[in-house]
Design a protein around this ligand. Structure first.
Ligand code: NAD
Ligand code: WQD
Length: 330
């Protein structure tokens, strides 16, 4: 298939590009470099030994986007492009709605106009809101606690309505849990700007000595050791989930959780990281982070049954690969 990857130089998009090329698909990347750099394109070439056509454009801008559809005939779109910092979305809600919702609207419109029938969307477990885990696709969505989450819920609704009204246009809404880790080459991985908000990039900076200590947000949750529980998924397993979704798209709207189904606490992750990598991660427990939920993990059964996809990498793999990437690059 010939596939357009929006946001394909970002963390998840770049890993998915590698998997697609390994499976002999043709890939075209568009990205405005808002949270990535051109060096990722060189690294993708090093890993795959292939040239990847790239356009530096803003997909929220119709005028910049349309020529890509005029120059190429795509079989599918995987839409990763978006802003994703939860805290920043609370401070700058209009930028988030403008960027993320317009990007989805533009891409859906051009997919229909230019006859692209398969559309895979990067959604998030955050759309479930505060509901008991395991989270399952049949649950009704609850209001999320931040504008970022709302842009994902809105994009899901826009794509669902568009697919219902425009057969054979079909969408897969992939709800990611907590992607961490990096490609085994250590050439691509997660490289956030500034001080990281998310747990794993913070841990790797502390392990490297660039940040003094990890702050664990709360040890009074009703969990095994009092710290928050999440469903961490290796980014390469996640990337493979996109290929499974593309290959098995069967109805107008397909919704899948991409997670492991296993909850891991903050302290368990820190301990695994230290043991696997033989490195210290000093930490102190502080108060809860506003908006955090105690326990979030997936029921991944539908993706296994319908897509034949399941994760294969362990927490140890995730910790080792995240550290290798950090040590060798950032
Ligand atoms: P990322 O920031 O590394 O990648 C996103 C890419 O999109 C970046 O390269 C950025 O430059 C680009 N981009 C942003 N707005 C754009 C625009 N208007 N036009 C063109 N390019 C644009 O993030 P990621 O972690 O790879 O996430 C990819 C997608 O998955 C995002 O939509 C994100 O919301 C979603 N998601 C991420 C996570 C996570 O924890 N990483 C979890 C759930 C969902
Ligand atoms: C994980 C756990 C924290 C940092 C966010 C978004 C979500 C999704 C993934 C895109 C929690 C704890 C964290 C730290 C800590 N993104 N923590 N100290 O909050 O599950 O999800 O990223 O869709 O929408 O909300 O991920 O990595 O920030 O936190 O103790 O310095 O680590 O409290 O329990 P989260 P996270």
């Amino acid at each position: 298939m010939k596939i357009l990857l929006t946001g394909g130089l970002g963390y998840i998009g770049s890993h998915t590009a590698v998997e697609l090329l390994n499976h002999h698909h043709e890939v075209i990347i568009v990205d405005n470099l808002a949270n990535s750099s051109l060096s990722v394109l060189d690294r993708l070439k090093k890993i795959t030994h292939q040239e990847i056509p790239f356009y530096q454009i803003d997909v929220a801008n119709k005028v910049e986007l349309e020529p890509v559809f005029l120059h190429h005939t795509f079989d599918a779109i995987i839409h990763f492009a978006g802003l994703k910092a939860v805290g920043e979305s609370v401070a700058k809600p209009l930028e988030y709605y403008q960027n993320n919702v317009l990007a989805t609207l533009n891409l859906a419109s051009f997919s229909i106009k230019y006859g692209v029938h398969k559309f895979v969307f990067s959604s998030s477990a955050t759309v479930y809101g505060d509901q008991p885990s395991p989270l399952i696709e049949t649950m009704e969505l609850k209001t999320t606690t931040n504008p970022y989450g709302e842009t994902k819920a809105m994009s899901e609704r826009i794509l669902t309505d568009a697919a219902k009204a425009n057969p054979p246009f079909s969408v897969s809404l992939l709800r990611y849990f907590n992607p961490i880790g990096a490609h085994e080459s250590a050439l691509i991985g997660e490289n956030p700007n500034g001080i990281p908000n998310n747990l794993m990039p913070y841990i790797t900076k502390v392990a490297k000595g660039e940040l003094k200590e990890l702050q664990i947000y709360g040890q009074d949750y009703p969990t095994i050791d009092g710290t928050g529980i999440r469903d961490y998924i290796h980014v390469v397993d996640l990337a493979k989930g996109h290929i499974a979704a593309l290959n098995k798209m069967k109805s107008a709207v397909n919704i899948y959780n991409l997670g492991t189904g296993k909850g891991v606490s903050v302290l368990e992750l820190v301990t695994a990281f230290q043991n696997v990598n033989h490195v210290r991660v000093p930490y102190k427990v502080v108060g809860r982070r506003p908006g955090d939920l105690a326990i979030v993990y997936a029921d991944p059964g539908k993706a296994k049954r319908e897509l034949g996809w399941e994760t294969s990498k362990t927490i140890e793999d995730m910790c080792r690969d995240a550290w290798n990437f950090e040590k060798q690059n950032v």
